[in-house]
Design a protein around this ligand. Sequence first.
Ligand code: GLU
Length: 327
Amino acid sequence: MSSRGSGRLAAVLAALLAGALLLAGCGSAGEPPNLAPHVQAQRPTPANAEVSPEIDSVGSVSEDCGDPTASLRPKNGLATPPGSTMAEIKKRGILRVGVDQNTFLFGFRNPTTGNLEGFDIAIAREIAKALFGDPDRVRFKAITSQQRIDVLRDGTVDVVVRTMTINCERREQIEFSSVYFVAGQRVLVTKRSGYSGLADLAGKKVCATTGSTSLRNIAAADSEPIPVAVENWSDCLVLLQQGQVEAISTDDTILAGMAQQDPTTHVVGPKFTNEPYGVGIPKEDTDLVRYVNAVLQQVRKNTWQAVYDRWIEPALGPGTPPEPTYK
Ligand code: GLU
């Protein structure tokens, strides 16, 4: 530090000390200072937050689709024949990918560079690298949990790589790649709350995003917590920090990122679901499903471990790539 900088620091410290002495002095006189009138600030609620939202019943869906994680086997490796979905993307010159920008470790914006980073972002870049020989030929579109299926169905993006659990219900509307990560739902609480799992949260507010499997699982929990739905995972963390909810419950991966962002919180209780992540792909683009699966085969052999060790290992410990299953 320059001498000018350290001089300024000393001045600031001296001022703080003087302030502290003044406060201590007031306290010891026994007379409370005449405080200016103040009101408690309203605690803001994030956009579209909803307590006890209506959650579509799963009843209308053919629950049993066999093994939902069984995907289409790679056929032509990394070939991109004329007329294929891959050839179209190459003609456009850029891969459009739906991602998260609010989930530390999986899809988040690095505040110093402004770039999107994380495990899911790395997977998206691997697909671009296979298509173009350039991991930067991607246009990221930040989407919420709820928007994942819509952006695939209306053609806004080519693929979605966004902590997306493969299940039968979603399979009715879109296709999935093979599994590239397996997460499981747990609970995040403040350390001082003393809660140790969902069983302790009867009648308490627990946050998750609209359109996530997590929200449904909270609503279905035996202990009957009160689900609170928001658009983004970061909204849940703010609500927890403000004391507007008692807990957040979602994938251990997402919670691990939050616990790193806020060390006054921690993850508790066992994993109570299985959340296999797949790349979401429009239903009609079966050639792209096979192509992405060929990319993922390479990724499992080559880069998966390094990407895992960079983002996830410090939080969740050692891991290995999940084996793919095919139909
Ligand atoms: N994996 C869960 C899901 O796909 C929760 C994660 C999320 O919504 O971002 O619904």
